[in-house]
Write a protein that binds this ligand. Structure first.
Ligand code: AMP
Length: 200
């Protein structure tokens, strides 16, 4: 059986979705595609894209749906994403859900599962404050964090309702050790028949 693994991980900033997404992608041998990482890498390298999005991301605002969608489509069109991928940070609003649907439908594909990482607001705020000190992310200021959490609540959380109606959301408790949380996600995906492919 060659099952596909087209996944999205969704959760508020500080929920650990980047870390868990990378772990799950590695286990399933699919690429993890983080739009935030793409933007940060371009900003660090000083590319034209980086210059374009620098001020927007620093302010905690969202980059345009058009630009972000183009980046995602380019990345998902690469060979290593043919059997699956794990999107982290995309889609982030209802418009992006529609863009992703259009792209996948055009290829005769669809999402297999959406992993929702649930973490209480206090916990994600505390984790973000720690990350700000540890990694020095320029958007991890108190103001930037508050803005991104409120954008998450107003624009991103509603995408889960759309996916819930399709029956593809797995809500995972995001509080626990890294290994415990990974195991919960793996168990939920396994229940859907999404497993690590046999070694080739
Ligand atoms: P993240 O690491 O996912 O928190 O993303 C960092 C920043 O990159 C966000 O605050 C946005 O400015 C930008 N960004 C990442 N993903 C998206 C997206 N899907 N749509 C718009 N902007 C995004």
């Amino acid at each position: 059986m060659t099952s596909s693994a087209r996944l999205v991980i969704v959760g508020p900033q500080g929920s650990g979705k980047g870390t868990q997404g990378a772990r799950i992608a590695e286990l399933l041998r699919i690429p993890a595609v983080s739009t935030g990482d793409v933007f940060r890498a371009n900003i660090a390298e000083g590319t034209p894209l980086g210059e374009q999005v620098k001020a927007i991301t620093a302010a905690g605002d969202l980059v345009s749906d058009e630009l972000t969608g183009q980046i995602v489509r380019d990345r998902l069109s690469q060979d290593d994403a043919a059997r699956g991928f794990l999107l982290d940070g995309y889609p982030r609003n209802l418009h992006q859900v529609g863009d992703l649907d259009t792209f996948l439908n055009g290829r005769g594909e669809q999402l297999d599962a959406v992993i929702e990482l649930s973490v209480p607001r206090d916990e994600s705020m505390a984790r973000l404050a720690l990350r700000a000190t540890a990694q020095g992310r320029t958007d991890d200021t108190e103001e930037g964090i508050a803005k991104r959490l409120s954008i998450y609540e107003s624009e991103t959380a509603p995408i889960l309702d759309v996916y819930r109606e399709r029956g593809i959301v797995d809500s995972i408790d995001g509080v626990g050790t890294l290994d415990e949380i990974t195991e919960r996600i793996v168990a939920a995906l396994t229940a859907r028949g999404i497993t690590r492919p046999a070694a080739v």
